[in-house]
Design a protein around this ligand. Sequence first.
Ligand code: FCB
Length: 446
Amino acid sequence: MALPDDFTFGVATSAYQIEGGRSEDGKGESIWDRFADNGRMPESGDVACDHYHRWQEDIALMGELGVDAYRFSIAWTRVLPEGRGAINQAGLDFYDRLVDGLLEAGITPYPTLYHWDLPQALEDDGGWTNRATVDAFAEYAEVVSGRLGDRATDWITHNEPWVATFLGHLEGVFAPGRTSWEEALTAGHHILLSHGRAVPVLRAAGAQQVGIALDCRPAFSATDSPADAAATRHFDGFRNRWFFDPVFGLGYPEDMLAAYRERGRFVGDHIPAEKPGDLEEIATDIDFVGLNYYTSLPISAATGDESEETGVPTGPNPPPGHTEMGWPITPEALTGYLVHLTQRYEPKAIRITENGASYSDVPGADGRTRDQARIDYLAAHIAAVDAAVEAGAPVDSYFVWSLMDNLEWVEGYRQRFGLVHVDHATGARSPKDSYYWYRDLIAERR
Ligand code: FCB
């Protein structure tokens, strides 16, 4: 492998998907709690993996796995139940103990400030559509980093702004369930602005490496027809460039501003929420960009230039070459995309902050979970990262999504991304074959 000796191998999770402890020790209500209460989820995260109580067991699992780093997210409502103002010390204490426990196990903590669980109190005031939420986010960043910044050195501001923006505010299939273009573009702008505002706050508290985790759907044209090529370019703008470009100082893509204007999505030359100076703040210097990569998609004018529809349903027994999320398995596109990002944006470093596959294998009679499909997926994607490094991409880390099976948002518990199987009736954890495979891969490189 071309990967350098100091390459970081880790695992990732997020608060709502694993913690549970919904109202414990003073935790406030988040937009996902409300979304679940409104019947928008097959299961709620009220208990999830009960990590709030089992965190020591989970650190032990990571210790045995031998990972260098653990990416987790902080539940804003544990720390600031109302989003701003009164601080809940008990919530901060939880993350304080977690960070200490990780460091004792020799694992570098990678806190993510925002993995989509906005305090409901802020949502009641307009949420991300309200510019005041940017200030609330900076306040939250200050409170958390003020407590953890003496020990946590690597930080991520936001996870996947595209998802929070468009699934949450346009399609309405994720919390908070809004469905308007104007609200989506406004929310997305404020999310990016809050990233820019939080970076210096984190640095002031001692953070040494600060970045943002952007998701992507690299797209390729289904045919070489001009119509499909145009649809692919639009899709790339909608899905990828809309966030990467401003973060790297290129502003919002001109072709997309024109297309949105033409489609009547906002009036004027700027998106509704933009103010002078915002783009400079969004383009604040970062130490790395996180990339969450799962799949890439063929785009055609016929399916639509803003659609991810592949025609493959989610669920068990996917067609060959797909995971149970219905996503095509496309490791070679990861190599290509990493090289593309390197050339277009010249990031100082790229970290694969999520990559993984959903397969619902469960323990057999002998207790062993044979998840060879996951091993194949991970091996192919690590090889794809290796090829990108060989080609000059500055990738220095790779995090598997996920340490353990967890609440896969609106897909519920049926989608299983874990290296560790979780019996959601009892909370019992049991490592799968992929866990031992990853453990050996890490050990062999040492
Ligand atoms: C990403 C999310 C993560 C998980 C994976 C499968 O979009 O960041 O929480 O749901 O997908």
